[in-house]
Each structure stands twice: as structure tokens, then as C-alpha cells.
Design a binder for this molecule. Structure first.
Ligand SMILES: Nc1ncnc2c1ncn2[C@@H]1O[C@H](COP(=O)(O)OP(=O)(O)OP(=O)(O)O)[C@@H](O)[C@H]1O
Ligand SMILES: [Mg+2]
Length: 400
């Protein structure tokens, strides 16, 4: 089984100059580190490598040859595991750059050419001092809750395909946590067995540890994991919010995106999950009931702003053409924009669940709509926008 955790103490250093490479070799020897890889190169090579393979726990990256070190390191953080501890090396010795890098969550910045004592000290504090010193600065993933305004509106179909596209096409490490312990269908969408122990973790928060939680993660591929259960229907679930909080904060350290499929009912768990989510993806139909409960769920989520956002998705449009509430009327009554409208599709969604398929790399109106939600969440500009800019520009030059 592929485990989500990176190997302990695994260290990779990317350095440009032969002199720095030699000093790094000596420094690693002096702290007696074995599980180390030293590569000639810099931040660009690191991005290429970790777009294809799992990043280590500790990373040294040279930004000397980078014109835009802050944006390159930010790009690197998108392809690395969120918890990775990064030491940047560069030729510039300026306070502004240092401050920007610290803000980005970089552990430390040291100036090249390297000095053996300084590098050794930095490596030691990366490994031994991380908890005490800068743990607060290491980046954690975004928590996204998918909630339906009604049952059956397509929440799980969207959460699973969102995660599949995000992890496969955008290379972000993601996990889908299905909180409907009895009726949840996340594992079915991937034709995987439910994970045993989720209920235990949630019911006994004091027994939670990393090993316990890692056993829950079922891999779909090397960047996507799921956690789901199939608890007996005749038992009452008594899990507590503490268990969920510990689980979510652990997952946020391991994944770029923690996608929670929240069941359609309101209890202490729903409130706690919404409280700790950065983004609420509210899935609704165009019915009056959908409208009423969309409003109630948005207020339960609380205000937007300061890193919190609501994305409203109206799904299955066109299913009941005649009696659907119009998008503009819905928006006006809800006092919130409908950010995405997805048409009813009478083939793909059922094909997905019945044959455990996803819409990854598929070209269709439906996959395009889900891709737009992914772009919205990761802040990518849709292709069509950039194409339009170029087309307009060419038109201005009368080349088109
Ligand atoms: N855009 C769509 N067009 C047509 N069918 C859809 C669409 N989106 C989802 N479906 C179908 O609707 C059904 C319900 O979807 P899903 O299980 O995702 O809903 P849910 O909101 O998670 O339900 P529950 O409340 O039971 O968890 C599924 O058969 C799914 O394939
Ligand atoms: Mg569901």
C-alpha cells in the first residue's frame, strides 16, 4: 500500500555550485544523516522532480539562478507535501527577500557561498528544532467542505470528481473524507473498500495517533487518498467533534486539500466541520427547498472573508426545465452569487458511480464545469480568459 507520509528524515538538497554541493556533503556527514540525496540544480529542477514524485520531509533549495525566487518557491510549495520543511539558499542578501520568504513559510534562508558551520546549524535546527522554533510557519492544506442543500443533489459525485481532477490534472495531494459513516458513497465512486477504523478514531479521540490515522487512508493513486466507512445501519454513531478536529488538522498537514463530503443533516459535527473549513462548496438544485436550505447553510458557515469562502454550485440544471427557479431569482433571494451552474447529464454521473470512473482528462461539458470549480478553488485563471487576452492582443495588432 502506498502510504501518505513521507519517509522520516528524508532529505534532498538542490544546490547550484560545486562548492556549495561539497559543503552540503560535509555538513550531512557531520550530522550523521544517511537518508540524503544531493542534486546539482535549483528551484526549477526541484519543481520538475516533485511534480512527478513525492517530496521529502526536508528540502534545501537553491534560488540563486531564479529571477523570481518568491514565486518559484511558492510554485514549489504547490507540488510538495504541505508539511515539508524548506531551507532556501541564494546569493542575494537582502532583508525584503528574507521577509517575503519567511512569510511564505520557508524555514530559513542562508546566503551562498555556504559556510559549513552555518549550514550544519541550519540542518540541525530543521530536524531537531522544528517543533520548538518554527512549526507554526509550516504550511497546512486547505479544508474544503462539500455540502448539499438537499439530499441527492450530487454532492458526492462532485466532491469525488473535483478531488480526482485536482489530484490528477493539477498534481495537488488531496484526500476525500466521507463523513457519512453509514450511507457514504465516496468509496463506491472509486470502487474501493471502506476503511475500517474511522468510527473508532472519531469516537475515541484520545487514542488518535499518526499510525492510527494513516491506516485509514486508502490510496486511489499516489496523490489522492480517501477515507470512508460502511458502518451498520442499526447502530448509533456517537462520535465527537474533538476526534474530527484532530483528524482534520492531521490531514491538513499531509495534504494540500482536505475535501470533506459532509452528510446532509445538521448536528454538532456539521457545525464543527463548517467552522474549520476554509471553503464551503454548497451544492444545490434549483428548488425552493434548495434555496431555503442554501441560505441556512451559508449562515451556518458564517461570514466570508479572511480566508473563508462560499462557492455555490447549482447542479442538474435543465432536469426540470419548466419549474426551475431562475438563476437570477435564486441569486437575488439567496443574496449570494451562483458561482457555477452544472447541467443535468443523463449519462456520465451514473456511469461514474456504476463503473467507478472519474472525469479525469475527459473532454465534456460536465468535466469542463467541474474543472472550472477546481480552477476557482486553486485560483487558476481559466484557459479561455488567457486565450481571449491573446486573441484581443493579436486583433489589436491586426494579426487575426
Ligand atoms: N449533473 C448531474 N446530472 C445528472 N445526474 C447527476 C448529476 N450530478 C449528480 N448526478 C447523479 O445524482 C445522483 C445523486 O448523486 P450523489 O450521490 O452525488 O448525491 P448526494 O447529494 O451526495 O446524495 P446523498 O445526499 O445521498 O449523499 C447520482 O446518481 C449521480 O450520478
Ligand atoms: Mg453523498
Amino acid at each position: 500500500m502506498v502510504v501518505a507520509k513521507t519517509e522520516p528524515n528524508q532529505f534532498i538538497a538542490f544546490l547550484e555550485s560545486s562548492q556549495d554541493l561539497e559543503i552540503a556533503r560535509e555538513a550531512f556527514k557531520s550530522v550523521n544523516l544517511k537518508n540524503v540525496e544531493i542534486i546539482q540544480g535549483g528551484v526549477k529542477e526541484a519543481i520538475t522532480l516533485f511534480s512527478q514524485r513525492t517530496s521529502p520531509r526536508y528540502l534545501i533549495v537553491d534560488v540563486s539562478k531564479s529571477d523570481l525566487p518568491v514565486s518559484d518557491l511558492s510554485r514549489l510549495s504547490e507540488v510538495c507535501e504541505p508539511g515539508v520543511i524548506v531551507l532556501a539558499v541564494g546569493e542575494r542578501n537582502d532583508v525584503g527577500l528574507y521577509r517575503d520568504l519567511m512569510r511564505l513559510g520557508i524555514f530559513e534562508y542562508v546566503v551562498s557561498p555556504l559556510f559549513p558551520e552555518i549550514l550544519t546549524r541550519a540542518i540541525k535546527s530543521m530536524i531537531f528544532g522544528e517543533e520548538k522554533t518554527k512549526s507554526g510557519q509550516s504550511k497546512t492544506g486547505k479544508v474544503i467542505s462539500f455540502v448539499g442543500s438537499r439530499g441527492g443533489v450530487g454532492t458526492t459525485f462532485l466532491s469525488t470528481n473535483f478531488a480526482a481532477i485536482l489530484s490528477k490534472e493539477k498534481a495537488r495531494r488531496s484526500v476525500v473524507l466521507d463523513l457519512d459513516l453509514q450511507f457514504g458513497t465516496v468509496p463506491l465512486y472509486f470502487d474501493l473498500k471502506p476503511s475500517y477504523g474511522l468510527r473508532d478514531v472519531l469516537e475515541n479521540p484520545d487514542r488518535i495517533d499518526n499510525v492510527f490515522i494513516e491506516r485509514l487512508l486508502t490510496p486511489v493513486n499516489d496523490r489522492l487518498f480517501i477515507i470512508g466507512s460502511e458502518e451498520p445501519l442499526d447502530e448509533v454513531m456517537k462520535y465527537k467533534t474533538e476526534g474530527l478536529e484532530v483528524l482534520i488538522s492531521y490531514l491538513a498537514k499531509q495534504f494540500h486539500y482536505v475535501i470533506i463530503d459532509v452528510p446532509h443533516y445538521s448536528n454538532a459535527i456539521t457545525r464543527s466541520v463548517l467552522g474549520s473549513s476554509h471553503i464551503l462548496v454548497l451544492v444545490t438544485d434549483s428548488s425552493l427547498g434548495g434555496l431555503r436550505d442554501s441560505g441556512r447553510l451559508i449562515s451556518l458557515f458564517g461570514g466570508e472573508g479572511t480566508g473563508r469562502r462560499v462557492i455555490v454550485v447549482m447542479n442538474k440544471m435543465g432536469n426540470y426545465v419548466k419549474n426551475e427557479v431562475k438563476v437570477t431569482d435564486f441569486e437575488q433571494a439567496l443574496n449570494h452569487k451562483i458561482n457555477h451552474v452544472i447541467d443535468f447529464d443523463n449519462f456520465n454521473p451514473l456511469d461514474c458511480i456504476n463503473n467507478a470512473k472519474t472525469l479525469v482528462n475527459q473532454e465534456s461539458a460536465l468535466s469542463g464545469s467541474i474543472r472550472k470549480i477546481v480552477d476557482d478553488v486553486i485560483g487558476a485563471r481559466p484557459m479561455s480568459d488567457s486565450k481571449n487576452i491573446i486573441t484581443n492582443f493579436l486583433k489589436m495588432l491586426k494579426l487575426k
